[in-house]
Design a protein around this ligand. Structure first.
Ligand SMILES: NC(=O)c1ccc[n+]([C@@H]2O[C@H](COP(=O)([O-])OP(=O)(O)OC[C@H]3O[C@@H](n4cnc5c(N)ncnc54)[C@H](O)[C@@H]3O)[C@@H](O)[C@H]2O)c1
Length: 253
């Protein structure tokens, strides 16, 4: 077991990549805090983990709210006593209830702020709370969910790309700041992965994705959970401020 008795909090753990990480981390011996803004989603994954023989608790909070994040960390500490691994994973693929794409000119202030808040503000708020626990104990792992959107860029989602690129810059800075305290901060930058986020993509968009992916297919949630497990484990003891990108070859940079 690679995470025996480690306390892990996965934000956005109620679906897709976060769910997969929670299940995998629990199988590796971790006690998993499953955060989600959707109470049922958090509860369902916590139940799924427990049914599989693991230990999990749901923590319902909107991580784009600083106050909600503070309250959630107090609840996690009350339940588990500490936090060893934080995965900043919560995210949204769109700010409106449509799969239509928008040019930058068409983005509203709300489209912009909601995207930045859900990804970048949330990553900052959760990281700040986690560091308050990890720095004094001189140990911890923080894994941030980036995207090829933040490294290579994607057209018609400039707000999403800005949020993900911001997360990568934030990762590198915090990593350099806290490495000397024994806290290792790294990021993952997935390519397109089959999850509820990408499920609504229409046929033309799916073909575009497949055509731009040298492996000729979408990735699976396990591809990302495995990278997260590596970054959370002792195998990654020398990883500081790195971006691992399981992306089927979309970008090699
Ligand atoms: N699926 C992909 O192709 C892909 C690729 C690159 C990066 N990502 C990133 O991976 C992360 C997970 O994506 P996914 O594909 O699993 O999506 P998903 O929609 O399946 O899951 C995201 C989860 O985050 C939760 N969430 C959203 N806003 C929240 C908030 N404010 N507070 C708490 N929880 C919130 C949602 O309720 C949902 O359960 C996201 O950050 C996404 O941007 C996904």
């Amino acid at each position: 077991m690679r995470l025996k008795d480690k306390i892990v909090l996965v934000t956005g753990g109620g679906s897709g990549l976060g769910r997969e990480m929670g299940l995998l981390f629990a199988r590796e011996g971790a006690k998993v805090g499953v955060n989600d803004v959707r109470p049922e989603a958090a509860q369902n994954v916590a139940t799924e983990i427990e049914r599989a023989g693991g230990v999990a608790r749901p923590f319902v909070a909107d991580v784009s709210s600083s106050a909600a994040v503070r309250k959630m960390f107090a609840e996690v500490l009350a339940a588990f006593g500490t936090i060893d691994v934080l995965v900043n994973n919560a995210g949204i693929g769109r700010t409106r209830d449509t799969t239509d794409l928008f040019t930058t000119i068409e983005l509203t202030d709300d489209d912009w702020h909601k995207m930045i808040a859900t990804h970048l503000d949330a990553t900052f708020y959760c990281t700040r709370e986690a560091l308050r626990v990890m720095i004094p104990k001189k140990a911890g792992r923080i894994i941030n969910q980036g995207s090829i959107a933040g490294t290579a860029g994607l057209p018609f989602v400039s707000n999403y790309c800005a949020a993900k690129a911001g997360i990568i810059g934030f990762t590198k800075s915090v990593a350099l700041e806290v490495a000397k305290h024994g806290v290792l901060v790294n990021a993952i930058a997935p390519g397109f992965i089959e999850t509820p986020m990408t499920a609504p993509l229409e046929a033309e968009a799916r073909q575009w994705v497949i055509g731009n992916t040298p492996l000729g297919r979408f990735g699976q949630p396990h591809d990302i959970a495995a990278a997260a497990l590596y970054l959370a484990s002792d195998d990654a003891n020398f990883m500081v401020g790195q971006v691992i990108s399981p992306n089927g070859g979309w970008t090699t940079a």
